[in-house]
Design a protein around this ligand. Structure first.
Ligand SMILES: O=C(NCCc1nnc(-c2ccc3[nH]cnc3c2)[nH]1)c1cc(-c2ccc(F)cc2)cc(O)c1O
Ligand SMILES: [Mg+2]
Length: 214
């Protein structure tokens, strides 16, 4: 049967990227998406903003929602200090399989745990299953209608501390209007919008950074 886009992306990484080099994996995926097939990775423009926020926060605990093929997982993991706890959540088992192989090609398999499942089920299990008390940094890049219910879940489960940073992709395209309205109208968050473009296109998009104030 016909291969899937994630499988073709994995083949491009295995063919063009140097094993053990996160930078070459990132470049190989960006090249594939610019010259072969568009795919919903955060991309190089928004990826640089992600890099700068991760570097600024220098987190000890990280959660990514929406692994997809592991592109942003590799971007984040390559910047983390040794001993950082990094969990990434993917809903689609076929994508989990591809992401694990792309992360391994980058040599970062020991830096991150790829978990299959839905955020609604797994967020309440974070403490007992993974020994997490609070997250220092959360990257929201999963289904856009899950951003709002999941930030409320983080609050209810006590997974945020004063200073926890949430960074949300796609707040313009495809858009997360209810999430934006919530964080921008809540006295419990300090927000900053980073204008950019939808990965590999000229379409307007951006990232919203929200700091939990406790
Ligand atoms: O849907 C997206 N990303 C989501 C993938 C995912 N991978 N895993 C999940 C998950 C993980 C745990 C979950 N728990 C509950 N739902 C869950 C969903 N979601 C997405 C879509 C676009 C896009 C823009 C313009 C278009 F014309 C078409 C598409 C751009 C982007 O940057 C995206 O991130
Ligand atoms: Mg995205």
């Amino acid at each position: 049967t016909r291969s899937t886009r994630p499988q073709r992306m994995l083949k491009a990484v295995q063919k063009n990227a140097t094993k053990g080099s996160p930078e070459s994996v990132i470049s190989a995926i960006d090249y594939f998406c610019k010259h072969s097939e568009w795919a919903m990775n955060v991309g190089d423009e928004k990826g640089s903003i992600l890099d700068s926020v991760v570097t600024e926060v220098n987190p000890s605990t990280v959660l990514e929602l929406g692994t997809y093929c592991g592109y942003s997982t590799v971007r984040i993991a390559r910047l983390l200090s040794p001993g950082t706890k990094f969990i990434t959540l993917e809903f689609n088992p076929a994508n989990v399989t591809v992401a694990r192989q792309i992360i391994a090609h980058a040599g970062l398999q020991d830096k991150v745990t790829v978990v299959e499942g839905s955020s609604g089920d797994l967020i309440p299990q974070m403490k007992e299953r993974f020994g997490i008390t609070t997250f220092d940094f959360i990257f929201l890049d999963h289904w856009k209608d899950r951003y709002l219910p999941d930030i409320k879940l983080f609050e209810e489960c006590g997974l945020l501390r004063k200073g926890s940073v949430l960074l949300a992709d796609n707040v313009i395209c495809p858009g997360a209007p209810e999430y934006l309205e919530y964080v921008r109208n809540s006295p419990r968050y300090e927000n900053r919008y980073y204008p950019a473009h939808l990965e590999y296109t000229k379409v307007e998009d951006g990232l919203e950074k929200s700091v939990f104030l406790g």
